[in-house]
Design a protein around this ligand. Structure first.
Ligand code: BGP
Length: 460
């Protein structure tokens, strides 16, 4: 075997409640911003497929977990839906939701699969958005109560908790670039959402520790290494600022317990700082994670801006850089994302060198492919050799990072069974398992079989 991984390495995949459970308005669950946005603007979703049914995990979780065991999972991440557990956003838990999550966790444990549970995956309960979402500190407190409720109800079964998945995405999508509800474009409001999200994170961490949680609590961040076009000082500066906005804005408070001073100074200069409250600084300082999830899909390549900024246009990070398309870059044309395997190594070594080698794992990595049925083999199985190659080539860099002392504890693919990708709906398929949207049938892809083998042998 050329690439051997530690015996304790986490092999598995990641998913989320809104993208896989389905039954979005059933079982006592209240609508989220996704149900609402789809109801008012269905045209914003690929083929007008909304969040109501997604991948029927709510109904078929036992079968799905059986398949996870079959393809060598020793761990699996999903989320608890806030709007399912607490339909009003706060108050008494919904009994049907409690039994669903208990059963799901028991099933995972019975199959020897360690549950990794995340508490927010872009799915703001509509009732909470109606009072301002993350712009309102009452929602921050309601979230902290929701988190504490989860720790109390499920803490006996769950020892790996995550407060947020990719908290920057609702900021970008909802308040800067118009790809999530509420489709606002306003940097100061975006900064408030980002800031309050980290306060919510810190309050959840505090609650976990106060309740005497005996596991680990962390956050999952999408880290996109910023590469400058050249070593020209203007290109270097562009990459540095992009890194501050898109990585360090969340990475520094999560791991170091404070926002980067340079970012704060920049936002102050442009009058974009959010409002803080007394006590926030200490709260953030105490909210450092035990474990960091790293989602890695693509690098960010930037260059110095060519043109002057229109000062009347809304303030956005792109005031400080232009995107750079590197000639010859390798692309996943379906998602429009560059494939750059070494990026995963650059992240891990950065965490080792600049973030105290915080314990981490690859919590998402994967390849969405459109029209995957054209790779259906004569045996009726999807022959996704491109996905095998994608995973293998990333794992080779993870392996190198491990040999060089990085504390990367596992690798989770996005995703287990093909699931609903927000406004892309079912356009791109990511799963180890194919979902037939017509019949609901699941079928393990070639990559799933390959992964089972890698996980069982501990390498390849
Ligand atoms: C991450 C999210 C996932 C998932 C994945 C793939 O950003 O955490 O929810 O969707 O990306 O991206 P997409 O679904 O947009 O293709």
């Amino acid at each position: 075997m050329q690439y051997r991984f530690p015996e304790s390495f986490w092999w598995g995949s990641a998913s989320s409640a809104p993208q896989a459970e389905g039954a979005s308005l059933q079982g006592g669950k209240a609508p989220t911003i996704w149900d609402h946005w789809f109801a008012i603007e269905p045209n914003r979703f690929h083929q007008q497929v909304g969040p109501a049914e997604t991948s029927t995990f709510y109904k078929y979780f036992r079968d799905d977990i059986g398949l996870m065991a079959e393809i060598g999972h020793n761990s699996f991440r999903t989320s608890i839906s806030w709007a399912r557990l607490l339909p009003a956003g706060q108050g008494e838990p919904n009994a049907e939701a409690v039994s669903f999550y208990q059963d799901m966790l028991d099933e995972l444990l019975a199959r020897g699969i360690t549950p990794f549970i995340n508490l927010f995956h872009f799915d703001m309960p509509l009732a909470m958005q109606e009072i301002g979402g993350w712009e309102n500190r009452e929602v921050v407190d309601a979230y902290a109560d929701f988190a504490a409720t989860c720790f109390r109800l499920f803490g006996g079964k769950v020892k790996h908790w995550f407060t947020f998945n990719e908290p920057i995405v609702p900021v970008e999508g909802g308040y800067l670039y118009d790809f999530h509800y509420p489709n606002v474009v306003d940097f100061r409001r975006a900064a408030t959402v980002a800031y309050n999200t980290m306060i919510a994170h810190a309050k959840a961490v505090q609650a976990y520790r106060q309740l005497g949680g005996d596991g680990q609590i962390g956050i999952i961040l999408n880290l996109t290494p910023s590469y400058p076009r050249s070593q020209n000082p203007a290109d270097l500066k562009a990459a540095h600022i992009a890194d501050l906005f898109f990585n360090r804005s969340f990475l520094d408070p999560a791991v170091r317990g404070e926002f980067p001073a340079e970012l704060v100074a920049l936002l102050r200069e442009y009058d974009q700082l959010p409002a803080c409250e007394p006590g926030d600084k200490a709260l953030l300082a105490a909210g450092k994670v035990d474990l960091l999830g790293v989602n890695y899909y693509q690098p960010r390549r930037v260059k110095a801006r060519l043109n002057a900024v229109n000062p009347a246009s809304p303030f956005i990070p792109e005031w400080f850089f232009d995107y750079y398309e590197m000639p010859g870059r390798k692309m996943n044309p379906h998602r429009g994302w560059e494939i750059y395997e070494k990026g995963i190594y650059d992240i891990l070594t950065d965490l080792r060198d600049n973030y105290g080698n915080v314990p981490c794992f690859i919590s998402e990595n994967g390849m969405g492919v459109e029209g995957e049925e054209k790779f259906l083999g004569t045996n009726g199985q999807i022959q996704d050799d491109y996905r095998i190659e994608f995973i293998r080539d990333h794992l080779i860099w993870v392996h190198k990072a491990l040999q060089e002392g990085c504390q990367c504890l596992g690798y989770h693919l996005w995703t287990f069974v093909d699931n609903w990708s927000w406004s892309n709906a079912y356009k791109n398929r990511y799963g180890f398992v194919r979902l037939d949207l017509g019949t609901g049938e699941r079928r393990i892809k070639k990559s799933g079989e390959w992964f089972a083998d890698v996980s069982r042998r501990g390498g390849f």
